[in-house]
Each structure stands twice: as C-alpha cells, then as structure tokens.
Design a protein around this ligand. Sequence first.
Ligand SMILES: [Zn+2]
Length: 277
Amino acid sequence: MSTAGGVVRAPARAREIGAHVLQLFTKQPSRWHASELTEEDSSSFHAERIKHKIASAAAHDSYLTNLASPDRKLYARSLEAFVGELERCDRLGLDFLVCHPGSATNGDRASGLARNADAITEALTRVPSRTRVLLETTAGGGNRLGASFEELAVLIERVPGTLRRRLAVCLDTCHIYTAGYDLVSDYDGVMDHLDDAVGLRRLRLFHLNDSRHPLGSGKDRHEHIGRGALGEGPFRRIMTDPRFVDVPKIIETPKEADRVALDVRNLTLLRSFREGD
Ligand SMILES: [Zn+2]
C-alpha cells in the first residue's frame, strides 16, 4: 500500500480495495534516510487500522540493506538500518517485518547466511517487540540468498532458540516458481519440501503474485493473478488449502494506471477460488 501522505493513510487505502491485510514501507525503500515516527503517527495509525478493520499488517524492509554483505561498512550500515526498520514496526504495532536474505556478493554463500543470521539476532536482541521478522523466499540469481528452502533453514537454525520464535517465513509464489519450485505441476511436492526444510508452522505470510518469467528463470517480475506463467492453478490450491486458511495473504501485483480496479480484480479472483470450494 502506498504511504504517500504518511503511513497513517495506508489502512484507508487498503479498505478501499477491500483488503483486510496490508503491507507498507515505513520509509522510502530506495533511501537510507528515515524520519522518526512520532507517538502521534503511531496512535493515529493504530486508530485507522482498527477503523478500517485491518487484521494483519506487515512492513517490507528497505531495498538498500544487505545483511549478508561481506563489505564491513555496508554490513554495519545495513544492520543499523534494519534495527531502525524493526523499531518503526514496533512503534506502529505491525505484525511482520518482511526482509530478503541479502546477497553474498563475494560468492561465499555460507558466510553470507551466517552474517545475515547474526545481524537478525542482534536486531531481535536490541529491539524487543511483538513484530515477527519474516524471511522472504527469493527468486535467486547470482549471489542472492534465500532461493532455496534449505538456505532459509540454515539461517533460521543459526538464530538462538529464544529469539527464533520471532523469526518465520514469507512465501512469495512468483519467487519460488522462478527459483525452480514447480508449483504448477507439483504443488504437493513443493509444500512437502517446504515442510521438511523449515516446517509449515513457520510459514506466516504469503505474497501471492503470478510470474512474468518461466520456471527456474531466476527472474523477479510479478504478474496479475492467473495471467502469468503460474496461471490460476496454484492460487486455487493455496486459497483452498486448509493448512493456510489462517495465514494472511498479500498481493504485490502490478499497479499500472488504475490501482484500485486492478487490485480489486486480483482480490476478487483469489476469493472466488475459495467460494468455489
Ligand atoms: Zn514478495
């Protein structure tokens, strides 16, 4: 959801498209700078959220942070930015902070995952909060981490047990498909694989997006539901899967010209799968 005019505007915009779940940025994602959220921002966001009946709310972290970076300066800057993200989520009372597992730009994936886990551990320690940190599955490509369920599992395992309860997973259908998980012809196999690697109980949020690019392409371009390489099938399965009834679902489909009409169409189509069940 757009936060033009301030985060306080997001719940009404979500209501406008008939959503009960929203995702926002708590600052401009392409800049390091973050202005402080005041007590007033926090209380008015909370009031708007109740007024517009938003059951779950998530933030997506900045595009600039790389908690896996081997560059010490970028790592330190990313860590401070991530702590700021978590503080702002806490202040707004958000349920989730979605983050990408970063990039091991020197090609050493194991130490990249370790650095990322250590950064998350430090952030969770410094910011006690009810906000859960969600690792998002990625499309992969190059040195980007998180394109396999096993990499997410390695990262989660490295975070100490008491803090690990505040760490979970966000599954993006477009990303896992282009990362090579065939949701179209092997939905059950993919979900079994996820269950074996990280456990379905750790799956706390879906990003439901169709994909412009094919299976295994490693590319991250979202498409409207049913109009991309995934088609309607996997979405029908997710919307009617009893294991996921209570897992919030978010669309990140293209906005183009008429944001409201396109969002409403995607949400209506998704809900129609459930009604046809
Ligand atoms: Zn996503």
